[in-house]
Design a protein around this ligand. Structure first.
Ligand SMILES: Cc1cc2nc3c(=O)[nH]c(=O)nc-3n(C[C@H](O)[C@H](O)[C@H](O)COP(=O)(O)O)c2cc1C
Length: 186
């Protein structure tokens, strides 16, 4: 049976959370279902995972900088945003949520998110439980939800810092389900 994600143009933003390694699996699963996955990694993400991993699983160029625009497009962030049918950020750091909530554009991912505001945007936050419960973070989440952004997770469980709590990134399969449901309009 053909996947309902076949041919879907997805931008996968990866930020500097320890769960960034799980985003490789997400990129792989999306590609396996026939989606065209354009990955954007922040500088912090590149300290935790290597762009090559994403290149290997998607078979596509991976973008890491505002000034190293995609070769095939004129202005990277705008053309990527135009082309994508859905944008997913997994994992999303507290920093990314804060920047997005105020429309800050200081790197390729935040600038592309700003340009893609009319597209469906799915966020999979991941962070320490104290960071997640911080009122500033919750306020930013509220702002983005009110703007129509969809959140998946975070889940409760063992966190990278060794604590138990709410802050684990949703599993790739759950994020895929959210992408399916958003793209089918349900
Ligand atoms: C090892 C390590 C793991 C981190 N994990 C997280 C995390 O899971 N969630 C988070 O919000 N920040 C985390 N941070 C902090 C972010 O990397 C930091 O706020 C950074 O500025 C995020 O940049 P970005 O949003 O542009 O990727 C971590 C930092 C380090 C050094």
């Amino acid at each position: 049976m053909a996947s309902d994600l076949k041919g879907l143009e997805v931008i996968l933003g990866v930020t500097g959370g320890i769960a960034a390694y799980k985003a490789v699996d997400l990129a792989s699963k999306l590609t396996g279902e026939g989606a065209v996955v354009h990955c954007i990694l922040t500088d912090s993400a590149c300290k935790l995972v290597v762009p090559k991993s994403f290149e290997a699983v998607t078979g596509r160029e991976v973008f890491t900088g505002l000034w190293s625009a995609p070769q095939e497009y004129r202005i990277g962030h705008v053309s990527l945003a135009d082309r994508a049918q859905v944008m997913v950020v997994a994992p999303a750091t507290a920093n990314l949520l804060a920047k997005a909530a105020i429309g800050l554009c200081d790197d390729l991912l935040s600038t592309t998110l700003c340009a893609a505001w009319e597209k469906p945007i799915i966020i999979a936050p991941a962070m320490n439980d104290r960071m997640w419960s911080n009122p500033a973070v919750q306020q930013n989440v509220g702002t983005l939800r009110n703007r129509g952004w969809r959140f998946v997770g975070p889940a409760a469980g063992r966190l990278a810092c060794g604590r138990e709590g709410l802050g684990r990134m949703a599993e790739p399969a759950e994020i895929l389900d959210m992408i399916r449901s958003v793209c089918s309009g349900s």
